[in-house]
Structure formats: C-alpha cells, structure tokens
Design a protein around this ligand. Structure first.
Ligand code: NAD
Ligand code: UD2
Length: 310
C-alpha cells in the first residue's frame, strides 16, 4: 500500500480510540469511512460525521456495500469491557469474535490489502513485566480470550487467503473522549473526571499497582503505521510506552496539577486486579518505526484541562 491517498474503513471509528485514529488518518491524507453501531461510540466524537455509516460489523450486506474500493481496514469495533464479557459472555463473543470474522470475511470477499486489528494486553493475563510478545497467551477473562481468538483468525486468514493482517496489543490507553461514566472506565479518565468535578477518587488497594499508560493519539499513530508500513504482514506487536507508573503516583500528580482536587480515598483491592503491567516495546519500534511520543505528565495535564466533549 502506498503511503497516502488510500481508502480506509475504520470499524468502531466513533469510539474513543477510533475518533483519534480517524483524525490521524485524515491528517495523513487518507480517505476514511467509518462503520459504527453507536453502542458505546458517539457521532459527536467524529470531526465530520458525514463519514459515518451507522450499522453493525456483523451485517455482511452492509460490509458489501461499504468495502468496494477499500484498501485497508482498521478494525476497532468491539465490546471493550472485561466485566461485561464476564456477565454477558455470549454477547461479548458475538461482537468480538463473530464481528472480527465478519470483517475478515468482508476483506477476503473484496480483496482488501490489509486489516489492522485492535488486540489487547488482556491476552497476557497476569504475565510478569516487561511483557513481550513471545510470552504465553493466558487470558483471565472472556474478553482476553476473544482478543486472542481474533489474533488466531487473523493469522489463519493470512495463511489461507493471503490477507495481510497486523494485530496490535494496546496497553492502558487514555486521553480525551474516553467516557468516565462507567465504573469500568480507564482509571485516568475517572481520576481526571473526579478531580475536575471536586469529587474524591478512590484508589483500589494501596495504589502501588503499576500500568503502562499510552495516549490515544500515540495509539492512532501506531494504527496509521500498521496500515501503511510495507512488509509487516502477520505482525503482532505491543503498543505501550514501556514505562511503569503506579496509580498512587498518578493521583499525586493530579493534585499537583490541580491543587483543588480532593485527596484520594482508599478502597478494597479490586477483584482480579493484576499487580503490574508494562510493555516490551522493541517489536513496535523495529517493525513499525513507532514509539510513544506524548509524555504522561503532558497527556494527563491536557486531559485535566479539557471537557469530555473536547
Ligand atoms: P469504544 O467502546 O470507545 O470503541 C468501540 C467502538 O465500537 C464504539 O464506537 C462502538 O459503538 C463500536 N461497536 C461496538 N460493537 C460494534 C458492532 N457490532 N458494530 C459496529 N460498531 C460497534 O472503545 P475503545 O477504547 O475505543 O476501543 C477500541 C478498540 O481498542 C477495541 O477493539 C478494544 O478492545 C481495543 N482496546 C482498547 C483499550 C483501551 O485501553 N481503551 C485497550 C486494549 C484494547
Ligand atoms: C485494562 C483494561 C482492560 C484489559 C486490561 C488488560 C481499561 C478500562 N481496562 O484493565 O480492558 O484490557 O487492562 O490487562 O482499559 N483503579 C483505581 N480506581 C479506579 C479505577 C481503577 O484504583 O477508580 C485501579 C485499578 O484497580 C487498576 C488500575 O487502576 O489497578 C488500572 O485500572 P483500569 O480499569 O484502568 O485498567 P486495567 O489495567 O485494570
């Protein structure tokens, strides 16, 4: 695929990571189409909602209408919640695995060059960091198992049909437009929301657990590179910063940036919480020429200063 002027379908493009990715692809000169059923996404997340078709990725007829002339697919649409995947495993399986199979089938029918699939650090379960791609797949939730299954289908479609696929395992993504409303939202969106509204933030446990927080704009850049970099068919790569940061350190930094924020409270350890997670990042650097650019302090400060709709 040449680097500019391609037609890209972004599934889940009205979601959090999707909206950053659509803007990034458009800025790079690509024509973007979005397919999203708005189950968790919002029309207003998109810079221009004329690119949006509201519908379901499992609708083959709809894909047949959208895919002629499409060069690449960025497949982000999914049911993203781990707890929801435990409560409603069939719905999660259907959206995540059946949905991905539907997208791969559509790509095969229409001769799409490449499909980039959003996977997750959830495939590793409680692996000891730094977490590298060769570590065993050991998911602790239906969501993680579904993402691992999507990766396996992607590899198979490469072998059976010559479809180019790239799977990116995102770590803890944060940034504007991540919805803080649910108790299962990313910790930084909850933390920023509480600080701005003057409500206390609850740290689960002692707060010494660490995560690898990567900004959605950096993830969007990784998605772009995964779509256009030649010679990387079959790649599976972590998308993280390689840096570990504790939840307590984040709460402390928020109060430094916004002194009016109330002191955090401590609650019980969250069931199933893993102690530490951060990515080995060599594969993304070597194969995509990508590494995260946005320092966590700057990303968090920006998040604190914005409203959700920004
Ligand atoms: P999100 O919920 O904001 O985005 C998902 C989008 O998919 C939403 O706009 C939703 O409306 C749409 N969607 C869901 N089911 C659909 C269907 N059947 N047909 C059409 N559209 C559908 O979540 P996000 O955080 O932007 O996640 C994007 C991708 O990144 C997902 O695949 C997720 O598993 C993956 N991921 C996210 C994170 C993170 O930290 N946010 C971490 C690892 C992986
Ligand atoms: C993230 C993903 C999950 C899965 C997993 C893979 C999100 C929202 N979740 O789970 O889908 O991919 O990674 O490993 O992206 N915390 C608090 N207070 C709060 C909320 C959270 O202390 O109000 C803590 C929480 O207990 C955990 C840490 O913050 O230790 C991060 O929590 P999270 O839900 O943002 O993400 P994580 O890593 O559990």
């Amino acid at each position: 695929m040449a680097v500019v002027g391609k037609r890209i379908l972004v599934t889940g493009g009205a979601g959090f990571i999707g909206s950053h990715s659509v803007a990034c692809l458009q800025d790079a000169g690509h024509e973007v189409l979005v397919l999203d059923d708005l189950s968790t996404g919002h029309r207003t997340n998109l810079p221009d909602d004329r690119v949006l078709t509201v519908g379901d990725i499992r609708d083959a007829a709809l894909l047949d209408a959208l895919l002629p002339g499409v060069d690449g697919i960025l497949h982000l649409a999914a049911l993203v919640s781990v707890p929801r995947s435990i409560e409603a495993p069939r719905e999660s399986l259907s959206r995540n695995v059946d949905g991905t199979l539907s997208v791969l089938e559509g790509a095969r029918r229409h001769g799409v060059d490449r499909v980039v699939i959003a996977s997750s650090a959830a495939v590793y379960g409680a692996a000891t960091p730094p977490i590298a791609e060769h570590l065993p797949i050991a998911p602790l939730s239906p969501y993680g198992l579904e993402k691992a299954t999507c990766e396996a289908y992607a590899r198979l479609y490469g072998e059976l049909h010559g479809l180019e696929t790239v799977c990116l395992r995102y770590f803890n993504v944060y940034g504007p437009r991540q919805d803080p409303a649910s108790p299962y939202s990313g910790v930084l969106s909850i933390l920023a929301d509480r600080a701005r509204s003057g409500r206390p933030f609850t740290i689960h446990g002692n707060g010494l657990q660490t995560r690898d927080f990567v900004h959605a704009a950096d993830v969007a850049e990784a998605n772009l590179k995964a779509l256009v970099t030649p010679g990387i068919a079959g790649l599976v790569a972590n998308i993280g910063t390689g840096r570990q940061t504790s939840v307590a350190a984040m709460a402390h930094l928020v109060r430094k940036l916004l002194p009016s924020a109330p002191a955090p409270e401590h609650g019980p350890v969250r069931s199933g919480d893993i102690p530490d997670s951060w990515a080995a990042t060599e594969a993304a650097r070597a194969c995509l020429g990508w590494q995260a650019q946005i320092p966590l302090e700057a990303g968090l400060e920006d998040l604190l200063m914005r409203s959700r709709a920004a």
